[in-house]
Design a protein around this ligand. Structure first.
Ligand code: MN
Length: 246
């Protein structure tokens, strides 16, 4: 091999590395893509894509955040022309008010608003609820309420895992504060949030769409749910509880 040939080979290898070809993975940007124009933005994760390894792998986190959540954000920005109220600052900053009252959304855009504003809200909540650091178990008022309404933290987690496993197809499992200020475990289909049909406020929530776990866990949703608890930021859950009880 002459010098020119070896340089060509090296350039080819560098290209393969850049596109992920040598390790058999698609190339993924390690930083968030350019923000869309429009009132809705993809919120940054508060941690690195690999920070939740080994419970949730970096590739799943990257695709889930950039492409899945990104798609809900892009779709929302695309709906503003049909339903200008979506761009109101109060809706952008606190979508849960509109999600609690979807009947006020015109019928021709209600389903896409439900799916995409719900998806944006759910994912924003989900990213904030996970952390590589943070408290590893419930404390204070939340711990007391869990023990009052479920006997123990383990029983609550078992019930939530069962709710996640029991959601046929795509959806979410939740620990919520109900209308009568009790804790309960529920699940919701698609990107429905607990505010919609249940008028409940989420404390803890886990995405059980296959896109949230399939690359690492394939069909083993139960294994994903068990591992997912290791990522929960109980400080954030306590904050959610306090807000839900206010
Ligand atoms: Mn998702």
């Amino acid at each position: 091999m002459n010098r020119r040939e070896s340089l060509k080979l090296l350039a080819g290898a560098a290209g393969a590395v850049a596109t992920g070809g040598l390790i058999g993975r698609p190339a993924l940007a390690q930083t968030a893509p350019a923000q869309p124009s429009g009132p809705y933005k993809l919120p940054p994760l508060g941690y690195a894509y690999e920070a939740l390894e080994p419970n949730i792998d970096a590739q799943t986190m990257t695709i889930h955040h950039q492409r899945h959540h990104g798609a809900y954000v892009n779709a929302l920005n695309g709906l503003v022309g049909k339903y200008p109220e979506l761009a109101n600052a109060s809706v952008v900053s606190a979508p849960e008010t509109l999600l609690s009252d979807l009947a006020k959304v015109p019928l021709d855009v209600r389903t896409p608003v439900r799916n995409n504003l719900g998806g944006h809200w759910n994912h924003t909540f989900f990213w904030e609820l996970m952390t590589p650091g943070g408290a590893k178990e419930p404390a204070g008022d939340l711990k007391a309420a869990i023990e009052r309404d479920f006997k123990s933290g383990n029983e609550m987690m078992d019930k939530l895992n069962a709710a996640g496993l029991g959601r046929f197809g795509s959806g979410w499992a939740w620990l919520v504060v109900t209308k009568d200020k009790k804790l309960d475990v529920v699940n919701t289909p698609y990107q429905d949030t607990p505010h919609m049909e249940l008028a409940a406020k989420p404390v803890v929530g886990v995405d059980v769409w296959e896109h949230a776990y399939y690359l690492k866990y394939q069909n083993r949703r139960g294994d994903y749910l068990k591992a997912w608890w290791n990522t929960v930021n109980w400080d954030k859950a306590s904050e959610n509880y306090k807000k839900a009880m206010a």
